[in-house]
Write a protein that binds this ligand. Structure first.
Ligand code: ATP
Length: 362
């Protein structure tokens, strides 16, 4: 069955304000796709256009190839899970799961079969007669998923469903959600401002800022090959080192960075001499001391301002002039000369750094 979702050149305006700029994106059948971005970037608006709570100002949403304009939410092949779950507190677990089927006139025997099957899927077999109030936060979450799946949607829409849970449970539920998605093969469209969630669960992630889809890619590509300044800074930790372009040779761009001298990285997009850019280098890709001397083609020095021991790794905060640079090293690389106040040799491989024009694509 085709359960793809095509945002076919959709735009959403509220009066003069454009909440979602023109977006053309196809989410494939059976894909786990996340929209990631800060508060107010337009994620919920996109979800609302897919679910049918809003029709786009321009363009259309196609689900399974069918145009959805004018099709009300309850007639679309979608199901939604919200942040606050909205389980019915006075019903049993099974009644909650079966509710959507009862409304559709499905027989009691069929409903029971479905709720038993779904309780097994979410690993809560035998809990059907429990009251919602007897469940833990994580169990409630799984019942909300079972209830959403009961009406056999082609597409499940998830609006920050884990944000009310504590950290440990949230991390556990990531694995569970991914597992449920694999078992059911349903298209999952997930919105979150939590990059950890988006990166761990998704086949692809669309990063949004100010109503604009900045980049769509699988998590590793997004992390390694950010296409815009926003994606480079928002996804994972990154050092942004400002400078102006000294020279361009193929994809190699040499940047004159105040206080640090000439640093080289891979240019993204069109970059020319004299342009203001940021060179982005991830903290874990910067090497220290001997390792910087031996294995790196870009080297510089900085002063350590602070060392934080984080268990399996250490974070060194360093400074050179007005530029601060964060460095992450494995605990096994720690040496006694790494102390606050000491000067340290740092380095990276030029291919590990990306150079992006400043103020573009934001
Ligand atoms: P959050 O993570 O905080 O929920 P979001 O990324 O989901 O944010 P949206 O809820 O899609 O963001 O809102 C995008 C922008 O559109 C915001 O500036 C919001 O104020 C505006 N907006 C949303 N709905 C409406 C509406 N019905 N009328 C006017 N403006 C709206």
């Amino acid at each position: 069955m085709d359960s793809s979702v095509h945002l076919d050149n959709v735009v959403m305006n509220f009066g003069d304000f454009t909440a979602v700029q023109k977006t053309d994106l196809k989410i494939e059948s059976g894909e786990f796709f996340s929209f990631l971005g800060p508060s107010g970037c337009g994620k919920t608006t996109i979800l609302n256009m897919i679910s049918g709570f809003l029709d786009p100002s321009e363009g259309d949403v196609r689900i399974g190839g069918k145009a959805m304009r004018g099709v009300p939410a309850n007639k679309r092949p979608t199901s939604m899970i919200f942040q606050n779950l909205a389980l019915f507190p006075l019903m049993t677990v099974a009644e909650n799961i079966e509710f959507g089927l009862e409304v559709r006139g499905v027989s009691k025997a069929e409903r029971k079969k479905t709720s038993d099957r779904l309780l097994e899927l979410v690993a809560l077999d035998g809990s059907g007669t429990k009251q919602v109030s007897e469940l833990s936060g994580g169990q409630k979450q799984r019942i909300a998923i079972a209830r959403a799946l009961a009406v056999e949607p082609q597409v499940l829409l998830l609006d920050e469903p884990l944000s009310a849970l504590d950290l440990k449970l949230r991390q556990h539920m990531r694995t569970e959600l991914k597992d449920i998605q694999r078992k059911t093969g349903i298209t999952f469209i997930y919105i979150t401002h939590d990059q950890g969630e988006a990166l761990t669960m998704s086949d692809r992630v669309g990063v949004m800022s100010a109503g604009k889809l900045q980049q769509v890619a699988d998590p590793i590509t997004l992390y390694r090959e950010p296409k815009t300044e926003f994606v480079a800074s928002f996804v994972g930790e990154n050092n942004a080192i400002a400078g102006s372009v000294e020279g361009v040779e193929g994809s190699n761009v040499t940047v004159n960075c105040a206080g640090l001298g000439l640093l080289t990285g891979r240019g993204i997009g069109a970059i020319s001499k004299g342009q203001s850019v940021n060179l982005f280098i991830r903290p874990e890709l910067i090497r220290v001391g001997q390792a910087a001397e031996a294995g790196c083609d870009v080297r510089f020095e900085a002063n350590i301002t602070e060392i934080n021991f984080e268990g399996s790794y250490l974070t060194l905060n360093t400074q050179m002039g007005s530029q601060s640079i964060s460095v992450q090293i494995g605990a096994e690389q720690y040496t006694a000369d790494l102390v606050a106040g000491a000067k340290v040799k740092l380095g990276f491989i030029s291919q590990d750094a990306v150079v992006i024009a400043r103020g573009e694509n934001v």
